[in-house]
Design a protein. Sequence first.
Length: 332
Amino acid sequence: MAQMFCCAHTGALKMRWLVVAFAACSFVADVYCADDTIAWCYHLPSCSYTQWPIISAEFCNGSRQSPINIVTSAVTVNESLNDFAFTNFGNTNVLDNITNTGKTVKVNFKSGVQVSGGGLSETYDSLQFHLHWGNRSNVPGSEHAVNGVRYPMELHIVNIKSSFNGNTTAAVNDPMGVAALGFFIEVLPNTTGQPASWKTLTSYLQNITLGGDIVNMTPGLSLNDLLDGVDRSQYYRYLGSLTTPKCFEAVVWTVFKESIKVSEDLIDMFSTMLRIGNQTSEIMVNVFRGLQTTQAVTTRSSNSGSGGSGGASGSCVSLALLALSLFLGSSY
Ligand SMILES: *[C@@H]1O[C@H](CO)[C@@H](O)[C@H](O)[C@H]1NC(C)=O
Ligand SMILES: *[C@@H]1O[C@H](CO)[C@@H](O)[C@H](O)[C@H]1NC(C)=O
Ligand SMILES: *[C@@H]1O[C@H](CO)[C@@H](O)[C@H](O)[C@H]1NC(C)=O
Ligand SMILES: *[C@@H]1O[C@H](CO)[C@@H](O)[C@H](O)[C@H]1NC(C)=O
Ligand SMILES: *[C@@H]1O[C@H](CO)[C@@H](O)[C@H](O)[C@H]1NC(C)=O
Ligand SMILES: *[C@@H]1O[C@H](CO)[C@@H](O)[C@H](O)[C@H]1NC(C)=O
Ligand SMILES: *[C@@H]1O[C@H](CO)[C@@H](O)[C@H](O)[C@H]1NC(C)=O
Ligand SMILES: *[C@@H]1O[C@H](CO)[C@@H](O)[C@H](O)[C@H]1NC(C)=O
Ligand SMILES: [Zn+2]
């Protein structure tokens, strides 16, 4: 997850930092706020993710850090991980604007988008999605991996407990305050400009080529359009962290097993068209955190039965997953 919480970098910092952060954010409308307390980056050795445990030690050096490699043979089925309910994911008027933050491309949602079920303890408000990518489709840029394999891109939908009423500071200080939905993006072979929903989404990239750029989105595109083809009843679950500083250990992670399929030409647009700052700055590539091996978490999954994301109370064939529990951290 990148830059999901403007103004939420305050954590347990001193009060004067808190005041500075809020003052800054309230005026620049969450474009640059993620940088205001810690100068982290993806592209320089001095501030890239290998340095985060040092430059943002409080949480980035923790023990439930994300992303992780999901070892499917070590995943156990949890029968409580039922289907999600998605509110306003089919609404074509909730994607408000799209921005180049200098660290990612982020789409902010209007209010009223929500997710519940899926073993979550309450309803969560969906705030935004953003993307992680590598360098063209042949240099993978997903954050999570499955059995050591990474995908070209990964999409993260960020949600916080509705009971916090949009208070992201409260959310990142709750061990399950944030629910992140991760979707892998894979190449749809032998096509260009597909699917239409992603052609529409990527058509905005020409308008946000510089860091800080933001444009409003035209109604007509929904989250369901962008997630088309993914069986959302099939997912992995573990407790982890934000994947950008300050790496708060506040995230209930859901990583869907099936990937979104997008043609290579559209995937490549992310790593060729965008800069991290002004016209003379670097092209934005390799915007992902490396795998965290300090994990001591157990990954579980929903049932392996079929049954669409729409909710047909799926008959479940849960035999495909081995009932073997293993602490990922111990295998490194
Ligand atoms: C992580 O950083 C904190 C704060 O600097 C420090 O107290 C703690 O010992 C560090 N933990 C590890 C495992 O390095
Ligand atoms: C972008 O959308 C978000 C969510 O609706 C809104 O809070 C924010 O003000 C918008 N930013 C701009 C610059 O329009
Ligand atoms: C199974 O999922 C439920 C719902 O998220 C959770 O409360 C429970 O702790 C999980 N069980 C195990 C053994 O992880
Ligand atoms: C990204 O790939 C292009 C060509 O495919 C290459 O010229 C460039 O150096 C790469 N950038 C990084 C940061 O690796
Ligand atoms: C947000 O939550 C934090 C932490 O619980 C709290 O200190 C702060 O007062 C809350 N802010 C608002 C505006 O309610
Ligand atoms: C895709 O194109 C490659 C050659 O570019 C070809 O070998 C392959 O069979 C094609 N796959 C499909 C599904 O058409
Ligand atoms: C995006 O850029 C194109 C080409 O420059 C322009 O025609 C279009 O009006 C812009 N759209 C927005 C929403 O700014
Ligand atoms: C672009 O940004 C760099 C680094 O912030 C700065 O040194 C340079 O003057 C800027 N160039 C232009 C044309 O604004
Ligand atoms: Zn992310």
